[in-house]
Design a protein around this ligand. Structure first.
Ligand SMILES: [Zn+2]
Length: 318
């Protein structure tokens, strides 16, 4: 039997259940929805999770499309899934856990006797590091973003090559290969010897079908490549950024982007203009480096200093 929370599956079985992580304010138990897909043959263990940031729903869409397609009788190995990590934020469609105002993907590896977010991180971290591979499904929150996969362990980490291989197999077309901040699952789990990626499936409010499909394809590529299922992943060369530049507005007004997401940018190219309410140009902002337009704000209105867009830089092909 393989068990995660109350989900328990013998070889060839699938089960769903709850992973208890304490109680809500009314004293009722909180259980994260979990699933165990136990293959009829031996193989690796994959751990997947979604909605660690509570407004990032594309990963939830991926999991609820992938799971019904899985036949444990056809599977070699085991898939452990936590479908919704940030329980409290998900309830209210917010990014951060409102109980402790924390971003869950800064709370790993967590603390079983800590804050709300630390306890949820600890419970899901235990499952993650029991696996051979980890896929932590994210997106660029509600901003607009390309579909890409992040490798967060840093280029000098002993597991860097394995994380990069997993990222390439997921095959979104773009990889951000840059050491992440403390507390990210994709930064912490490689320290326990588990290759981990953080696919960032676009960015939207609610669900975006194209990004969800990229995630579904990515998960199946992983299942084929690592021998969970018979089949062939055919990853194409990925555009890899090892740098990331953020741009803010020098003035207040309305942003007009000059380029589409995913555009190649040369140093000096105009990224965006800011106009006033009557259409009068106030500022034109150019790229400090060459790269790829990676992420943009969704709403046009900006105050001085407010975030506008990001460029992936130091691009190579991997
Ligand atoms: Zn996220």
């Amino acid at each position: 039997m393989v068990t995660l929370g109350t989900a328990s599956a013998a070889p060839g079985e699938i089960d769903t259940g709850r992973l208890e992580v304490g109680e809500s304010r009314d004293g009722s138990p909180i259980g994260l929805p979990v699933a165990v897909v136990n293959g009829s043959r031996d193989g690796k263990t994959l751990y997947m999770q979604a909605a660690s940031d509570g407004d990032e729903l594309n990963g939830v869409g991926v999991i609820q499309r992938v799971v019904p397609q899985l036949d444990p009788g056809e599977l070699s190995g085991t898939i452990l899934i936590c479908g919704i990590v940030n329980y409290h934020a998900f309830q209210v469609a917010e990014h951060r856990n409102p109980i402790d105002d924390t971003k869950m993907n800064r709370a790993y590896p967590g603390d079983a006797s800590g804050t709300s977010s630390e306890r949820i991180a600890a419970a899901t971290y235990d499952a993650a590091v029991s696996a051979d591979l980890v896929v932590d499904l994210h997106q660029g929150s509600t901003s607009r973003m390309i579909e890409e996969v992040r490798v967060r362990c840093g280029s000098r980490h002993r597991l860097h090559d394995e994380c990069l291989e997993l990222a390439k197999v997921f095959n979104c077309g773009y990889i951000l290969d840059q050491k992440g901040p403390d507390g990210q699952l994709a930064r912490a789990a490689p320290d326990e010897g588990v290759p981990t990626i953080d696919p960032e499936l676009g960015g939207c409010v609610g669900w975006d079908e194209e990004s969800i499909q990229a995630g579904v394809d990515g998960v199946f590529n992983v299942l084929y490549h690592y021998g969970f299922l018979e089949g062939q992943a055919a990853p194409v060369p990925q555009a890899r950024a090892t740098g990331f530049e953020q741009y803010g507005s020098p003035v207040g007004g309305l942003v007009d982007f000059q380029l589409d997401l995913g555009s190649r940018v040369s140093r000096g190219d105009t990224l965006f203009e800011v106009t006033d309410a009557f259409g009068t140009p106030k500022a034109e902002i150019t790229a400090d480096s060459s790269g790829i337009l990676w992420r943009t704000r969704r709403l046009p209105q900006v105050a001085t200093g407010e975030y506008v867009c990001s460029l992936g830089t130091n691009i190579d092909t991997f």
